[in-house]
Write a new protein. Structure first.
Length: 144
């Protein structure tokens, strides 16, 4: 696992009307909150970007995604390590990505994915092309 990257299973309460997923409590929310929602069609990839100064929290609210992170931080014990994490409506999770770690995802399955990105600031982050990122990852292969 990449140093500083955290995965938290989200509490899900099932009831007769459906279910409720707890994203965060007041003491766990990034403040001030800046949130963006991405809608991905099945099979589409959004990659790569990196936040330089703040961590980012990622949630998949609808559908499923394969989130891929690559550590590009100088001096990190896990530099150049790549991880793949599945999250979405069949496994609600929060993935917290530390600053300096490249991030991307792919909508998997037959349904579109709705992804929520939250940070504690309005820092947009830096977009990188596949060539700039040079992440040793093939989106068609499933890592084990």
């Amino acid at each position: 696992m990449i140093e500083g990257l955290r995965v938290r299973e989200l509490p899900t309460r099932l009831h007769y009307r459906g279910y409720t997923v707890e994203l965060f409590e007041a003491d766990h929310a990034p403040a001030p909150l800046c949130a963006r929602v991405h809608h991905l069609f099945p099979g589409c990839v959004e990659a790569w970007w990196c936040r330089e100064s703040v961590p980012e929290r990622v949630y998949c609210l609808r559908g499923m995604i394969k989130l891929v992170a690559c550590d590009r931080r100088e001096g990190s014990r896990t530099r150049d390590q790549v991880v793949e994490i599945y999250l979405g409506e069949y496994r609600f999770r929060e993935v917290e990505v530390p600053p300096g770690v490249l991030l991307g995802w792919k909508a998997v399955g037959h349904e579109p994915a709705l992804v929520l990105r939250c940070t504690g600031s309005g820092e947009e982050g830096r977009r990188l092309s596949a060539e700039e990122a040079a992440v040793p990852y093939d989106w068609e292969i499933v890592m084990r």
